[in-house]
Design a protein around this ligand. Structure first.
Ligand SMILES: Cc1cc2nc3c(=O)[nH]c(=O)nc-3n(C[C@H](O)[C@H](O)[C@H](O)COP(=O)(O)O)c2cc1C
Length: 362
């Protein structure tokens, strides 16, 4: 417990050092920290929408900001501090200042999720099939909070439908020219750990496929040739999409009760995502986000294109319908976060983070 006299830069550094373990799309860490007082931090949030097509209007980054703020709050609870924040932003939510204030609180208890902050990670490899218990399901529903509905897909027939959805979705991902530079730049080849990207060994393919992918992904011409004449999308789709979709306990779809319409709504979604993810860790489970079908649906339902090639808009539109049929949802229903969870050993490879010294802007 910290009293006001011991609220110091050191305490804030300790909180930030833990919070930087929050997840972000492709490990982009779209935030920098500024300590402006013994009880105050400014988080400078940015997004990657101009470089990464998956960051639709910056919303994947806004969700990451939400995960970061939630993690700061959890880390603050471990030292007896309550936390609150307010955002200041430009009209497009590209550059956001989150003004964060910490206050000593006698009532605050240590958030049980605190022990999982550094342990939580992505599992992209197949997991065990065993079903979830009623207690686990309840804990995950509670973790998301009252503003969200958590839908579970656990039956084999549902997993098969999702495997097909991910299979079709991956065809867009792997053949769309605009996605290529992203995939080329986000993997740190040959690495077990990566502080600002995804290390090759955490991608989820076997070493031979990884070697081939590394060679093919050196140029778009190679990718096109390989896809067209050598069925190049098959091996990655089997290993990264189809098999993992079956090999898990459940897929989870987090649906906001009200369609997100302001920055704070996207940040809240990111906070719910992080609480669900940390809860899976606390329950001894692992999780992998499956966000690209959600993101292509955002494009489709907003009638926005992500590729110069018109066939991709049509494919995303059809995929959105496929996803809605599986979820029994209308085209108006908001989808927030989609993932699979299950039991597995701890991944040997993972993304790590930029050092606190690199994240402190001043
Ligand atoms: C909004 C968001 C979307 C993500 N989408 C995916 C995804 O579609 N597939 C995937 O394998 N990982 C996805 N991730 C996981 C990130 O790649 C991962 O959190 C990041 O690389 C850091 O790794 P760590 O979570 O193991 O620390 C997503 C994470 C966030 C926050």
């Amino acid at each position: 417990m910290v009293d006001r006299s011991t609220l110091s830069r050191e305490t804030l550094l300790q909180i930030l050092d833990r919070a930087r373990w929050a997840p972000s799309g492709d490990n982009t860490q779209p935030w920098r920290f500024e300590i402006v007082g013994d009880d105050r931090v400014v988080v400078h949030g940015h997004d990657t929408r101009d470089e990464i097509l998956y960051d639709f209007d910056g919303h994947a980054s806004h969700m990451a900001h939400g995960a970061l703020l939630e993690t700061m709050k959890i880390a603050a609870s471990a030292v007896g501090l309550a936390m609150s924040w307010q955002a200041e932003s430009d009209s497009e939510w590209r550059r956001i200042k989150y003004m964060v204030t910490f206050t000593p609180s006698a009532e605050i208890g240590i958030d049980p999720l605190s022990e999982c902050v550094e342990q939580r990670t992505v599992q992209r490899r197949p997991m065990k099939i065993g079903s979830l218990s009623a207690t686990q399901r309840q804990a995950l529903i509670k973790a998301a909070g009252g503003a969200f509905v958590v839908q579970f897909f656990e039956a084999l027939s549902e997993k098969k439908s999702i495997a097909n959805l991910l299979w079709d979705n991956a065809h867009i991902r792997l053949t769309c020219p605009e996605a290529f530079p992203i995939h080329q730049s986000i993997i740190e080849w040959g690495a077990q750990f990566s502080k600002d990207r995804i290390p090759e060994q955490a991608v989820g393919v076997d070493p031979a496929t990884a070697k081939l992918m590394r060679w093919v992904m050196q140029s778009w011409r190679r990718v096109e040739f390989f896809n067209r004449y050598l069925m190049g999308t098959i091996a990655p789709r089997v290993q990264l999409d189809f098999i993992p979709a079956i090999m898990c306990s459940a897929h989870l779809l987090i649906k906001p009760n009200v369609k997100p319409s302001c920055l704070e709504d996207w940040v809240a979604l990111g906070g719910a995502m992080q609480r669900v993810w940390l809860t899976t860790t606390l329950l001894g489970l692992h999780l992998q986000p499956e966000m690209t079908p959600v993101i292509f649906r955002w494009y489709a339902r907003a009638e926005r294109k992500f590729s110069e090639r018109p066939e991709f808009a049509a494919k995303a539109f059809s995929l959105a319908g496929q996803f809605e049929r599986i979820a029994g949802a209308s085209d108006q229903q908001a989808f927030g976060f989609f993932c699979r969870i299950g039991v597995s050993s701890i991944p040997k490879s993972r993304s790590v983070r930029l050092g606190l010294d690199e994240l402190l802007s001043r």
